[in-house]
Design a protein around this ligand. Structure first.
Ligand code: WAQ
Ligand code: MG
Length: 271
């Protein structure tokens, strides 16, 4: 019998109890074996050798929700402090309050967990007050069960590469941001990496698309994270968390990958 299900395949690798790598895919039945070996290969390719790799394979039914990816643009700002000012302008334009923007920047810069470490998941923040709404403030909320469809994954990597964006992080973050932006009650997301040598970050929303900044944090900083700003009037936090963590989403249409712009003309285009 032909198995028409799609499967969520999630890999997690650790050494001495510490997380070293994780990745996930959503694929049709005939691609599960190949995908499992790709993910194990990825876990083993890290400098630090894992002593434990877990792979979970789970049916997500015959028709994951299909979403279109956000369009992409890079804003050429070479200075982190200036990039964060442009991010502030964009979020203000989306009606995120100044206090909420300041809170998000603070937590992403300093480690949002009570210990001062990064959280493994995202903050959920009331866009009008900056209040943190995620129930577990140590772990945050992990968006999961999303992937590019095979064809559009290939297409987006090509389109991104044409704009000089060939790091795997970009296409992965774009898929994640596209899922998050479609969440019920979500206004926008702000992210930068926790990897000390990866300085890029983005602000994303349905209205602006995925707006990247090559230098959203200082080189060498290990502090990073994600903040999801929600509209307190329309967001139901348990529904949003259920969507982010468990609803299977296939990004089945690549968006436009624009050439880099200067922030002034981007902001003028929003107004
Ligand atoms: N759900 C929610 N939050 C997450 C998830 C997830 N699935 N994965 C990571 N985070 C949070 C967590 O706090 C991490 O510390 C933080 O985000 C950063 O994760 O070139 O590489 O995987 O356009 O380090 C963005 C720019 C790169 C890409 C983001 O994030 C580009 C990146 P990282
Ligand atoms: Mg990281």
């Amino acid at each position: 019998m032909i198995d028409q299900n799609f499967y969520s395949i999630r890999m997690h690798a650790s050494a001495l109890g510490l997380h070293i790598s994780g990745a996930e895919r959503i694929v049709s039945a005939e691609k599960t074996d190949r995908t499992v070996s790709e993910l194990i290969g990825r876990a083993k390719s890290k400098e630090c050798r894992p002593d434990r790799i877990t792979v979970a394979i789970e049916s997500v039914g015959t028709m994951p929700r299909a979403l279109k990816a956000l369009d992409v643009v890079t804003l050429d700002v070479s200075e982190t402090s200036r990039a964060r000012l442009v991010v502030t302008d964009i979020l203000s334009h989306l009606d995120v309050a100044d206090s909420a923007i300041a809170q998000a920047m603070h937590w992403l810069s300093n480690g949002a967990a009570p210990s001062g470490d990064n959280m493994r998941g995202a903050l959920i923040m009331d866009a009008s007050t900056g209040e943190r709404l995620e129930p577990d403030q140590t772990r945050g909320v992990r968006a999961s069960r999303f992937d590019w469809s095979e064809e559009e994954g290939t297409l987006i990597r090509k389109k991104l590469a044409e704009q000089g964006l060939s790091h795997f992080r970009t296409s992965e973050a774009l898929a994640l941001a596209s899922k998050i932006a479609h969440g019920p009650g979500v206004i926008a997301e702000l992210c930068w990496s926790d990897d000390p040598d990866y300085t890029a970050g983005y602000v994303a929303s349905l209205r602006t698309g995925y707006v990247r900044f090559p230098f959203l944090k200082p080189l060498g900083s290990k502090k990073g994270g994600r903040t999801v700003f929600v509209d307190p009037r329309s967001a139901d936090i348990p529904s949003l968390i259920r969507y982010l963590e468990t609803e299977a989403v296939l990004i089945s249409e690549a968006g436009i990958c624009n050439p880099a712009k200067d922030p002034g003309s981007f902001l003028a285009g929003l107004a």
